[in-house]
Each structure stands twice: as structure tokens, then as C-alpha cells.
Design a protein around this ligand. Structure first.
Ligand SMILES: Cc1cc2nc3c(=O)[nH]c(=O)nc-3n(C[C@H](O)[C@H](O)[C@H](O)COP(=O)(O)OP(=O)(O)OC[C@H]3O[C@@H](n4cnc5c(N)ncnc54)[C@H](O)[C@@H]3O)c2cc1C
Length: 277
């Protein structure tokens, strides 16, 4: 573990060969770039404020305009609920990450280990650590803490308090980088279901959902998007058949029981995670 990570914090690990680490922003921009053609338009910064059936088509309205289409794929993660779908079936869980500034040549040498690796904790409530290198330099990314927030919003205070936990996890693992501060902190929504099922399929005539990736957005989200495209274009396919056969997301208990229960479960899990956190 020390040879790979440079730290003596870890006593052991399970190595997964042939794995790849994706820089998510580059991935999303790469996909968008690949879609560029005279038949595809991407509208960024244009939240859809209503989506309603208009005769044979669906009309998605934004503040400045609207788009109509006979078939629409809803890929808005937990916000599917804001459009009136899967109500009381989606768990809006926030998690956060902090990323160090770029390490200097001297700090990289002091850290040692391999330039690129990722350590997923054995305990699901533990800390995920990534060592990245390339665009943006050599950095370490720390991710931990999960909270259930049905409002789909978190306060700045929460981000600050989670940031303190990130710093603790970072210092414990990398005492040789004590002078390295975090350059960025951010949080985001995971959409989970109680039974780990995706929210997928035709939810209304010509309206297809590809949401609720249960925290594995890259793998499950890509599959679910491909399957929704198969369904919407009427070609069918293995992915659509596979996801279509799954049970939908199970109903959640009433509030405040879900809020209290889910957060108590996660805090208990974090306590049990011990030094994995
Ligand atoms: C800190 C953090 C680290 C993570 N690490 C990993 C990881 O290592 N590996 C992994 O697989 N997953 C990871 N995840 C989970 C992953 O990010 C999500 O599962 C994934 O982003 C879900 O993809 P999605 O496209 O379904 O939804 P999102 O990425 O949430 O995209 C939904 C989009 O819909 C848009 N939207 C919502 N409402 C509207 C509206 N009304 N009009 C227009 N647009 C709207 C949003 O702006 C957003 O762009 C991580 C998540 C977080 C927060």
C-alpha cells in the first residue's frame, strides 16, 4: 500500500487491475464535443421550468424559450421528483469532496507512491481518496460524509463542517503534506433508492426516465442513458430489456421518519467506520 499511496496509513487493500480513473468534467465536455453536429443543439444554463404535453409532443419551457419533441428523456437525477415523477421514492443524498492545490515537485517527492491511484474504503461510510496527476497538476482529492437532504439543498455551513472532516482525513493519511491546503471544496446530489433500483422506463407517453444511479453515475448512468435512448428510438436492446426488468424504486417511509431514520443510519455508519473515515 505504501508503494502505491506513499502513506503508511493503510494496512492492506484489494487491488483491481485494468481500472481507469475518469476526470468527470473532461468526460462530460468530451461527450458534449463528440455530439457536435448540425443536428444536435446543447443548451446550457437553461433550466426547464415546465414540461407538459402539448398535443402529440412534449413542450419543455425555459425562462427564455421552449423546445418541443415527440419523445423526451428525463435525465435530471433526483430532480425527476420536481417534475412530478417517482414522488417519495427518491432519496436525495449529498456528499462532498475537497481537492488540494497542485503539489510542488518537492511535495510530490515527499509523498512518494504512484502518480495516479484511487482508494475506495472497505466501509461504505469511509473516506475515498484519489491521487491525480496530469491536467491541473498533482493533487489529492478527499471525499467523505453523506447526508440525506429531501430539500435538495445544503447550507454553506454544512460544506464548511464537512470540509473540516476532509481536512482531518487528509492530515491523518498524509502527515508529510501538513502544509498543503485545500484549493476547492464542492458537494453534489446523489440520487439513491431504498432498494438500490434505478428509476427507469417510460413514465408517460413518449417520456422516458433515466435517473437514480444509486451513486454510481458513470457506470449506471451511462447504461441507463443508453437504455433510455434505445427505448425512445423504438429499437429495443439488451440494456433497455435489462433495466426494464428491474423493480422500480421502493416507496420511502413518511417524513420526518425518512429524514431521521436515514441520517441516524448514516451517522451510525460513520461512527462504525472508525479509521476508515
Ligand atoms: C462529490 C461527489 C463525488 C462522486 N464521485 C463519483 C465517482 O467517483 N464515481 C461515480 O460513478 N459517481 C460519483 N458520484 C456520483 C455521480 O456524480 C452521480 O451519480 C451522477 O452525476 C449522476 O448522473 P446524472 O446524469 O444522472 O445526474 P447529474 O449528474 O446530477 O445531472 C443531472 C443534471 O440535470 C440538470 N437539471 C436538473 N433539473 C433541471 C431542470 N429543471 N432543467 C434543466 N436541467 C436540469 C442538473 O443541472 C444536472 O446537470 C459522485 C458524486 C459527488 C457529489
Amino acid at each position: 500500500m505504501k508503494e502505491i499511496t506513499g502513506t503508511t496509513y493503510y494496512q492492506g487493500g484489494l487491488y483491481t487491475p485494468h481500472a481507469a480513473m475518469i476526470q468527470p468534467a473532461m468526460f462530460v465536455r468530451g461527450v458534449a464535443g463528440g455530439l457536435q453536429s448540425n443536428r444536435v443543439s446543447i443548451f446550457e444554463q437553461s433550466p426547464v421550468t415546465s414540461l407538459a404535453r402539448n398535443g402529440e409532443t412534449w413542450r419543455a419551457k425555459t425562462i427564455k424559450g421552449s423546445v418541443e419533441a415527440p419523445r423526451v428523456i428525463l435525465a435530471v437525477n433526483g430532480h425527476a421528483e420536481s417534475f412530478g415523477y417517482f414522488e417519495r421514492r427518491l432519496m436525495h443524498v449529498f456528499t462532498c469532496a475537497s481537492m488540494t492545490r497542485a503539489l510542488t515537485v518537492d511535495e510530490v517527492a515527499r509523498l512518494g507512491g504512484a502518480p495516479i491511484w484511487g482508494a475506495t474504503p472497505a466501509d461504505p461510510m469511509g473516506t475515498t481518496v484519489r491521487r491525480i496527476s496530469g491536467v491541473g497538476g498533482d493533487r489529492i482529492v478527499i471525499l467523505n460524509r453523506f447526508t440525506y437532504d429531501p430539500s435538495m439543498e445544503v447550507s454553506d455551513g454544512r460544506i464548511a463542517s464537512v470540509g473540516r472532516d476532509h481536512d482531518k482525513a487528509f492530515t491523518a493519511r498524509f502527515p508529510m503534506l501538513a502544509s498543503v491546503e485545500m484549493a476547492h471544496r464542492w458537494g453534489g446530489r446523489l440520487c439513491l433508492s431504498r432498494n438500490d433500483a434505478p428509476a427507469f422506463g417510460e413514465v408517460d407517453e413518449g417520456l422516458f426516465a433515466a435517473v437514480c444511479q444509486n451513486g454510481l453515475g458513470v457506470a449506471k448512468g451511462t447504461l441507463s442513458g443508453m437504455a433510455a435512448a434505445e427505448l425512445a428510438s423504438g429499437v429495443g436492446g439488451d440494456a433497455a430489456a435489462f433495466l426494464g426488468a428491474e423493480a422500480g424504486p421502493a416507496k420511502l417511509p413518511l417524513e420526518p421518519f425518512s429524514y431521521i431514520g436515514a441520517n441516524a443510519f448514516m451517522r451510525w455508519g460513520e461512527m462504525k467506520a472508525g479509521r476508515e473515515l
